[in-house]
Design a binder for this molecule. Structure first.
Ligand code: GLN
Length: 289
């Protein structure tokens, strides 16, 4: 101790003495424990291991205040992904904003199915319809550097998010276009077309629950029975596929049958449906001609 130790503040302001462990403990009273961890990780710009290893450290006042604000918003229902601005999908982490749907794990199945049809060693033209945050297009482009991926969305704000995601992952083989489904294209032909379109019925009670309340409604609903976009995509696709090209669609739990019917009527063969990890019919597709 030096002679002037009396000038050193001995007591830190109350808020700065609270530890990571205590903050998480208190947070568990109002939000899910894992959600609280995600929020604190994002504020401290760290990972779960750090929170455990340094449970006795105290964040600074600004970080504590920001954490408390996010906790209050989470307690009011806002999705964790919108509060942290990030969501993991497949093997990458993507930026998300309230302008785009939050990537769902079941959509990874669509990516897997598409990757199975896209050769790794030669050029292949791929189109992603209704790209949103760009997760499908960017993940495919990243895993298939030889592929040429185009992605469209009606929302300029979504396109901006998608472009940032391509940049974040240094993906150069994807182009984003603001357009209404195929409206931008004339003579273009694709080898593989994928889409996770809006497929929820207007007025579906689930829209009033959980994260869906905060997501862009235009990315979720498609007419009275949720089939409008699936129908529109399936019937227009033949003009934009090469002979033997594939179309693959994510859809709702009860829409595999209608997709099969529409694909069959439109001239698709080798129809398939795959279930997601919850055992629900989730992706249907077929080959044209
Ligand atoms: N799977 C989403 C849901 O939770 C809907 C996504 C979509 O419409 N494409 O309802």
């Amino acid at each position: 101790m030096t002679g002037n130790s009396q000038f050193i503040p001995v007591q830190a302001p109350a808020d700065t003495s609270i530890t990571i462990g205590e903050l998480l403990q208190n947070a568990a009273a109002i939000v899910d424990r894992i959600d609280a961890r995600w929020l604190l990780q994002s504020i401290l710009n760290t990972d779960a291991a750090y929170l455990i290893a340094h449970a006795d450290r105290s964040p600074d006042v600004d970080q504590i205040n920001r954490f408390r604000q996010l906790l209050a918003r989470r307690a009011a229902g806002e999705p964790v992904a919108y509060l942290t601005g990030a969501k993991g999908f497949y093997d990458l982490v993507f930026e998300v904003t309230p302008d785009v749907l939050i990537p769902r794990p079941e959509t990874e199945l669509l990516v897997e199915m598409a990757l199975a049809k896209i050769p790794a060693d030669r050029e292949c033209n791929v189109l992603d319809l209704g790209t949103g945050s760009g997760v499908i297009a960017v993940t495919i482009a990243k895993h298939r550097p030889e592929a040429c991926v185009m992605a469209v969305d009606l929302s300029a704000r979504a396109i901006a998010v998608a472009r940032r995601n391509a940049e974040k992952h240094a993906v150069k083989n994807v182009v984003f276009i603001k357009a209404d489904w195929f409206s931008h294209f004339t003579a273009e032909k694709f080898d593989v077309i994928v889409a996770n379109p809006p497929y929820v019925a207007e007025g579906d009670p689930h829209l009033e629950e959980g994260d869906l309340r905060f997501e862009p409604i235009a990315a979720l609903t498609a007419g009275r029975n949720g089939q409008d976009c699936l129908r529109s995509i399936i019937t227009q696709t033949p003009d934009y596929l090469v002979p033997s090209g594939w179309l693959m669609l994510e859809h709702g739990y009860d829409q595999a049958a209608v997709c099969h019917e529409l694909l069959g009527e439109t001239g698709f063969t080798r129809l398939f449906t795959r279930t997601d990890l919850a055992g629900i019919d989730r992706v249907t597709g077929g080959q044209y001609g």
